[in-house]
Every structure is written in C-alpha cells, then in structure tokens.
Design a protein. Structure first.
Length: 349
C-alpha cells in the first residue's frame, strides 16, 4: 500500500511595505491633496482660471467678480482640510484602539450623540456661539462613547468588535429619535439645524474653521500618541498587556482625542459620516497597517476625500449644489465596495 503524505504549506506572511514605498505613498497623497486644493478653488457652478486664483491670493481685488468667487471658496476649502483631517484620524484612532474594522464616528454613534446635544443646547439653552456648540458636541460624543463601551462590555467576552458596532448602531438610533422628536416640536430649532444636520462646509465662515484648528491640533496630538499601543492591540489585548501597555489608560486617552476630533468636526460642519470608516482602509493599501504611518497618512487623505466630494457636489447640479455630507456617502460607498472586491482582506469580527 502506498501512503500518500499530505503536506500543508505554511501561510505566507504578509510583508509590510518598505519605507521607500511608504514615503512614495506620502508623496502621492501630498500631490493629490494639492490637486484637490486647486480643484476646490477653480471649479464650481462658475469656474475660474488658475491665474485668477493666484491673483485672489496675492493681490485681491474686491471689485473683481471672479476673485470674489475664489474668496468665497477659501472658507469651504479650509473647512474641508480641518474637518477631513479630524474625521480621518478619528476613524483610524477608533479602529486601532478597539481593534474594530467597522469603527467610525458615525457607526459608533458619536455623530448622533453630538447632534442630539447640539439640538438640546439650541432648543433649550439658546446656544448659538461656536464655543457653546463645540462644548455641546463634545459632551454628546463623550456620553455616547461611554455608553457604547458600557453596553459592549456586558457579557463574558467583553467589548468585542461586533458588540461595539451593534451597540453604536443601537445608540445612534436611540439618540437620533430624541433629536428628531425635539426638531418636530420646535420649528425655530429646525430652521437653525437644517443645513447643519446633513453635513455641510458651506454654511460656516472661515473664522469658524480657523478657530477650530487649535482644538483639532490638540486632538491630533493625543490620537497620534496612541499609535504604538494601537499596533500592539492589533495583535490582541493579551499581547498588548504582555508588552507592557496599560490598555485602560491608553483607551481612555485615545477616546479623549477621538471625542475632541469628532466633536469639533461635528460642531463646525455637522455629522459627516463614512470618512472615518473608509479613509483608514484606503490608506492601509498604500502604507500598510503600522499605525505610526497609517495615522499621519489619514490626516492627509481625509481632506482629499472631503475636497473632492465638495467640488463634485458644486459642479454636479449647477447652479445648486449637493452638500458634502451627501456626496461623501455617494462617492465613498462605491469606492469602499471596489476596495473590498479588489484586495481588502476580510477581518474576523
């Protein structure tokens, strides 16, 4: 009798991209960001020339109508930079610290929590200042994140990725119902909340976005400081603890940074979903899964998506426009599906 020996080949380890490839990826992202910036200033219901853009920057003439168009686009361009960076990094921070590939400020309910507290502040406290709205948005995001963690920790397995996703979805539905109930009984609140609700960078002035930069910078530093522990968490909580990381403290610090980023972005532009979900997955295809590279790349890639979405929204249905929150979902959904079909590895939940 001839015995047939079954040989099982070991799985080939996935090699991390070389440093030269990562640097090339960053160069590509900077080029794409520059192109998106110029497109944001050049294109719209009324397109202008590149020379007009430079004239508007270096020698602005208030009597020149074309330069006035460019000046009106400065605010939304700055807004896309600030909000895109905040949401892209917040998504990467959430996915890293929770080891959840579905983590996003929208899916985990942070946007919905911020929206609810902003509505409450507008309806019952008469809040109208940026500072007041930002504080309300921070509180809402923090409360919802805490509740999602508490709900997900119920049971023997603790806060697994799927329980976090389900808890966040349930929380988003609950606080969304409260938000809608308040809006239904308060026409004045609805009028002030309508444009903000769908996610827009066109309704705020440049002073609003410039005022948000220091706050976003603080949140960015906090989240970037969790890159090493996120790398350890990707190998499992037990491994991270064995490597000497205090996961409770790291997740608390990271959560504070994420709340700052998500709360600020929601306060100045409304609840824009999907950016924090898609951007980290897209960036992984370029720089790999090392969060020391992934997180800074998300800071660049997030604004690219928002700038492209805002520009397309302005030219797709002139003279009107489609708000950036809607365009992010319209553009991001198909792109995310293509990424999944063309090489994204499945992740066990």
């Amino acid at each position: 009798m001839t015995a047939t020996e079954s040989v099982t080949r070991p799985a080939r380890p996935v090699k991390a991209p070389k440093t030269s490839r990562k640097l090339s990826a960053f160069a590509l992202l900077f080029v794409l960001l520059a192109l998106a910036l110029f497109a944001s200033l050049l294109l719209g219901a009324r397109s202008v020339s590149l020379g007009t853009v430079f004239d508007a920057i270096w020698a602005f003439d208030p009597d020149n109508a074309d330069q006035g168009v460019v000046a009106s686009r400065f605010a939304r361009t700055v807004g896309a930079l600030v909000v895109g960076a905040a949401l892209g990094l917040a998504g990467a921070g959430l996915q890293g610290l929770t080891r959840n590939p579905l983590a996003d400020t929208g899916i985990l309910g942070l946007n919905a929590g911020s929206s609810m507290t902003v509505v409450l502040a507008i309806a019952f406290l008469g809040v109208s200042s940026l500072t007041g709205i930002m504080i309300a948005a921070f509180l809402g995001a923090a409360v919802v994140m805490t509740l999602v963690y508490l709900v997900a920790n119920v049971g023997r397995d603790g806060a697994t990725p799927i329980k976090l996703a389900l808890g966040g979805a349930a929380m988003a539905v609950g606080v969304g119902a409260i938000t809608n109930a308040i809006l239904m009984i308060s026409d004045a609140t609805m009028d002030r909340f309508r444009m903000w609700q769908i996610g827009s960078i066109s309704s705020s002035g440049i002073d609003t976005f410039l005022g948000a930069i220091p706050v976003v910078a603080i949140g960015t530093v906090i989240v970037l400081s969790t890159a090493k522990v996120s790398n350890a968490v990707s190998m499992g909580d037990d491994t991270a603890v064995a490597l000497g990381f205090n996961l409770g403290r790291a997740r608390l610090i990271g959560s504070i940074g994420v709340v700052i980023l998500a709360g600020t972005a929601t306060a100045v532009a409304g609840p824009i979903a999907f950016v924090g979900l898609m951007i980290p997955h897209a960036v992984r295809l370029l720089v790999g899964s090392d969060y020391r590279w992934l997180m800074p790349a998300c800071v660049i890639a997030g604004p690219i998506l928002l700038l492209v979405a805002d520009t397309v929204g302005r030219i797709i249905a002139p003279p009107g426009e489609i708000q950036v929150g809607v365009m992010c979902a319209m553009l991001g959904g198909p792109i995310f599906i293509i990424m999944m079909r063309s090489g994204m590895k499945s992740v066990s939940l």
